[in-house]
Ligand binder design. Structure first.
Ligand SMILES: Cc1cc2nc3c(=O)[nH]c(=O)nc-3n(C[C@H](O)[C@H](O)[C@H](O)COP(=O)(O)OP(=O)(O)OC[C@H]3O[C@@H](n4cnc5c(N)ncnc54)[C@H](O)[C@@H]3O)c2cc1C
Length: 443
């Protein structure tokens, strides 16, 4: 029997959940608080196209995501390109892409460089070791590469990715991240030829074709039980009933929505904070560097990293212009987060003028964006407290970034969380209604 299912959230987790639920034959309604779909994948209009608010790349190991891209008919648009990383140290950019680059990394003595070179192999060997869940990242790295290499290279890399709050994060997260990123001989990243707007648009039309009702600008304020059904209270006061609900918002929003449900401590008591992102997007006539990713933590700039998306995406997408993101991973309580768009852009423009003066003279467009809930700040032992997907069996499920650990927070990991949840959801919902919904019904 087809159930009436609600999905809360129209980011990748919500879109993938709605896609799978509708594929299994259910009547799905998706609620998204914002006026458009996409969550962190949303874009802004620029000339005759759309640019991403936040940079994204796809990796060859992102199999769950690539499968959905294929199902949405976008395989021909998936491009793979060699990309690289430059590391800015005391004003000089050091390429760090090959074993030879690492061996030639002059700021460190050769013994440290050799230890750094071995780290990738050790991460791959240790990424499945559950004991790393209880080891702080700094302790794990220092034991393997030494304190000097940690301070010179690894700490800036971690700050560029997580901000100062990297300190409490378990080593398991880093080992898993390194194993994900370095699984090919040469660093290759993927993107969609027409940009990620095409992914969201393809999701939207495919969902509509599968009969999904999309409710945009519809914020869910509370989830309650109503006999056998689940009731959603929307901003504005209306209430709607469903047989089952999948929530995909960040954990804090889920905890707020379910306050009246008296859930046990695995969901209601979990204290998981999130790191936010503040980001300046610049369209320029000249490139900054040949690199996709460049941490600049030690440069004295406001930003901690620079991502040059146009070193991955085809030039025709942006009329031959170059697109660079200046980024800070910052908490929503930080001073940087409080700055308005003009002030943020003034800071980031000053960074560009200092670090890349020639390119800075060719800026044709500048925008700034903030997202308060991006990177879950994993705590030691998180594997033991990660919230299960089945909250009220057959009725309420959670598929969110709070569950991607120890995988990195990515579109692919979100899709994997959904794939992990679906067999259980279908079995429990089927058992509840005696409907015998087939386990393999997800398509
Ligand atoms: C700067 C940056 C760089 C990144 N780089 C990469 C990358 O290179 N590769 C990669 O794969 N990933 C990358 N990511 C991570 C990726 O964006 C996330 O993993 C993914 O988008 C999370 O999707 P989500 O659907 O779980 O959450 P979100 O995208 O946050 O979506 C949640 C949605 O739920 C909605 N919502 C919340 N509460 C409610 C409510 N009460 N009612 C209705 N709707 C609600 C929100 O409005 C939002 O649209 C990056 C992220 C950032 C910010």
């Amino acid at each position: 029997m087809a159930l009436r299912a609600a999905v809360i959230g129209g980011g990748i987790s919500g879109l993938a959940s709605a896609w799978r639920l509708a594929g299994a034959g259910h009547h799905v309604t998706l609620f998204e608080a914002e006026p458009g779909l996409g969550g962190l994948a949303t874009t802004f209009p620029w000339r005759d196209t759309h640019l991403e608010r936040f940079y994204h790349c796809i990796l060859p190991s992102d199999l769950a995501l690539v499968r959905i891209i294929h199902e949405l008919g976008l395989s021909a648009d998936l491009l793979w390109r060699p990309t690289g990383m430059g590391f800015m140290h005391r004003g000089r950019i050091h390429p760090l892409n090959t074993p030879m680059d690492l061996l030639g990394f002059a700021p460190l003595p050769i013994t440290d460089r050799l230890r750094l070179g071995l780290l990738g192999l050790r991460a791959r060997a240790e990424c499945a070791d559950p004991r790393l869940d209880d080891v702080a990242i700094e302790d794990w790295l220092t034991a393997r590469v030494g304190a000097r290499a940690f301070r010179t290279l690894w700490e800036p890399l971690l700050v560029a990715k997580l901000g100062e709050r990297y300190r409490g994060v378990p080593a398991l997260w880093l080992a898993s991240r390194m194993a994900r990123e370095k699984n090919t001989e040469r660093e290759v990243k993927g993107c969609l030829r027409r940009g990620y707007r095409s992914l969201i648009d393809a999701f939207e039309s495919a969902l509509v074709r599968r009969g999904v009702t999309l409710r945009l600008g519809a914020r869910v304020e509370a989830i309650a039980r109503e006999g056998e059904a689940m009731a959603l209270r929307l901003a504005g006061g209306a209430t709607e009933s469903f047989d089952l609900v999948v929530a995909t918002s960040p954990l804090g929003a889920f905890q707020q929505m379910t306050r009246g449900l008296d859930l046990d401590a695995r969901w209601s008591g979990l204290a998981l904070d999130y790191q936010g992102v503040v980001c300046g997007v610049f369209v320029l006539e000249r490139p900054l560097s040949p690199w996709y990713w460049m941490p600049v933590v030690e440069s004295g700039a406001t930003c901690q990293g620079v991502v040059e998306m146009s070193n991955l995406t085809p030039p025709e997408r942006t009329h031959g212009m170059h697109v660079a993101y200046l980024v800070n991973y910052a908490h929503r309580s930080s001073d940087l987060f409080a700055l308005d768009e003009d002030r943020l852009l003034a800071r980031y423009r000053a960074d560009l003028e200092r670090l890349f003066p020639e390119a800075a003279r060719t800026i044709v467009e500048a925008r700034a964006f903030k997202a308060p809930f991006v990177e879950p700040l994993w705590t030691l032992g998180y594997s033991r407290t990660s919230p299960p997907a089945s909250v009220i069996p057959g009725r309420l499920y959670l598929a969110s970034t709070a569950q991607v650990y120890p995988r990195v927070n990515s579109w692919n990991s979100c899709c994997e969380v959904v794939e992990d949840m679906m067999p259980r959801l279908l079995a429990e919902a089927g058992a509840r209604d005696g409907a015998g919904i087939a386990l393999g019904a997800a398509s």
